[in-house]
Design a protein. Structure first.
Length: 560
């Protein structure tokens, strides 16, 4: 599960606990599970759970199940099921033949609910959801018993069977566990474990009209599958008491629930509800929009799964919530891409260069490496001609100190090609730069100085005659502030959206870039890392910016 060229996970409290359970023979084999609800696409927070659950299973020679928590048919869809499978595989999760669904156990869960009723540990309640909420109490005030709490076992069984038969409308009745309305843990104040939902399920169709709630279905699904360690995030720490109560009361196999801190990331929203809102209200262009923190969005952006493994390993596991700098994620992406992507040339803000002493109509080709000092990446041929595109920022009429690129009278090295001296800058009537008039040194082929003169600057270029026009999507973070959820009363996180999170420019590429397959990430020399998008056409490629070349994380870590 941990790819090569990433950091290895350290010995955290979960791995320590698992090792102790193995050493003491409490368990003979590690068995974990990744249990997503198919009501949306997976995001970076799920990546942490995937890496943990599948990772510890692999490290301890155990197994990890993929189990869909499909207990709410009104919000779930087969689209999400298929997307989750793809995302988990992309991250390296291998569940073999161990794909399960909570719906696989609907008959067993129903039987367990009947068993609780017969034990006097569950009852059918006629209170509405609002009334149940009002009588639950607060952290300092105990709850009040429902007037239906003392129904007989026979009446409760009859009503539950009639719920199952579809006799009652949605919300008319629920099944509640009978625990303690004065418990200091509000979760234990007679929680609802079954509700009526007259809705077709994406797997079971209309076979059921009552569905178990997560806290009831999850612990029993863990038990049925023989899970040894139920690893979940800290928001479930108060639910652990209910997890234990259900399993102990029913007298079934009892896995151990262990909580870890969820992922919080600056400039990022990881609430599935809010991500759904961004998609449905068209603030983004779908779940796989590269600005989204979804795994499919990151994949479309060109982020390699190895970088996410490295990121999850670096942030580690903790028992308390904290917030991770987004710059660390960018650092991990950049570190992997720097070692694994070919370098090619593209000009994103072009200005024309005319080489006055280069023969008109002539084209020559340079063999250029796809990666410096590593022949295993191979080479490509790059055409060169009289007119070139270079980056507008590589020229200054009045250069500042230590500016080693083009300005009148200065000489630079064209990457792998020739030495080039700027003679004159031509301007449009409105004062904007039109083109540069330059001369090249024919004896400097390959960019070598024939007489040993020093040339400090090197710039990239693209032959104007052979350039491929392309659409380049320059993505920035979707939110303009580090904590998008930190808003004043009456305001929403949507007001913190970065209005400049996407800019599109027309760029010019060397021909080899048009030959890259969709989904391939490359480095545009001196510009950044870009991934070829599925919107590309044969005559108009589209590239998404994956990451810049700037490393802001190293500056942050140095300050810390």
């Amino acid at each position: 599960m941990t790819p090569e060229n990433t950091t290895s996970p350290g010995k955290d409290f979960i791995r320590t606990r698992i090792a102790e359970d193995l050493d003491s023979n409490k368990i003979s084999k590690v068995h974990t599970r990744f249990p997503p609800e198919p009501n949306g696409y997976l995001h970076l927070g799920h990546a942490k759970s995937i890496c943990l659950n599948f990772g510890v299973a692999q490290e301890f020679a155990g197994q990890c199940n993929l189990r869909f928590d499909d207990t709410n048919p009104t919000k779930e869809d087969i689209e999400y099921v298929n997307a989750i499978r793809e995302d988990v595989r992309w991250l390296g999760g291998d569940w073999g033949d161990r794909e399960f669904h909570a719906s696989d156990y609907f008959d067993k869960l129903y039987a367990y609910a009947e068993q609780l009723i017969r034990m006097g540990k569950a009852y059918v309640d006629d209170l509405s959801a609002d009334e149940i909420r009002e009588t639950r109490g607060t952290l300092t005030v105990p709850g009040k018993n429902s007037p239906f709490r003392d129904r007989s076992i026979e009446e409760n069984l009859d009503l539950f069977h009639r719920m199952r038969a579809g006799e009652f409308p949605d919300g008319a009745k629920v099944l509640r566990a009978k625990i303690d309305m004065s418990s200091p843990n509000i979760v234990m104040r007679d929680p609802t474990i079954y509700r009526i939902r007259h809705a077709d399920h994406q797997r079971t169709g209309s076979a059921w009209c009552i569905y178990p709630l997560y806290d009831f279905a999850h612990c029993l699904s863990d038990s049925i599958e023989g899970i040894t360690h139920s690893l979940c995030t800290l928001e479930f720490v108060n639910n652990r008491e209910l997890y234990d109560w259900v399993l102990e009361t029913l007298g079934v196999y009892h896995p151990k629930q262990i909580e870890f801190a969820r992922l919080n990331l600056t400039y990022t929203i990881l609430s599935k509800r809010k991500l759904i809102q961004l998609v449905k209200e068209a603030y983004v262009k779908g779940w796989d929009d590269p600005r989204m923190p979804t795994l499919c969005g990151l994949r479309r952006k060109g982020v390699p799964p190895e970088a996410l493994h490295d990121f999850c390993n670096r942030i580690g596991l903790a028992r308390a919530d904290s917030t991770v700098e987004y710059a660390l994620l960018e650092f991990c992406i950049r570190e992997y891409l720097n070692a694994h992507t070919p370098r090619l040339m593209a000009v994103l803000d072009p200005i024309k260069v005319v080489i006055e002493n280069y023969p008109e109509g002539e084209t020559e080709y340079f063999d250029m490496p796809l990666y410096p000092d590593d022949d295993s990446f191979g080479k490509r041929q790059v055409p060169f001609s009289r007119e070139l595109w270079i980056e507008r920022d590589d020229f200054r009429q009045d250069p500042p100190k230590k500016f080693h690129r083009l300005y009148p009278g200065n000489e630079v090295r064209l990457r792998y090609a020739y030495l080039l001296k700027c003679n004159e800058a031509i301007y449009n009537p409105d004062g904007s730069l039109k083109e540069l008039r330059c001369r090249y040194d024919p004896a400097s082929r390959g960019g070598q100085s024939p007489d040993g003169r020093k040339v400090k600057g090197t710039i990239h270029w693209v032959s104007k005659q052979h350039a491929i026009p392309a659409t380049i999507r320059l993505y920035e973070q979707l939110f303009a502030v580090p904590d998008p959820d930190n808003v004043e009363p009456g305001h929403t996180f949507l007001e913190n959206i970065n209005k400049d999170s996407l800019k599109e420019v027309v760029a010019y590429l060397e021909p080899a870039l048009n030959e890259q397959k969709v989904g391939t990430t490359v480095q545009f020399e001196r510009v950044g890392y870009f991934c070829k998008d599925p919107d590309s056409t044969p005559d108009r490629p589209v590239f998404n910016r994956t990451a810049t070349l700037r490393d802001s994380w190293s500056k942050i870590s140095q300050k810390q």
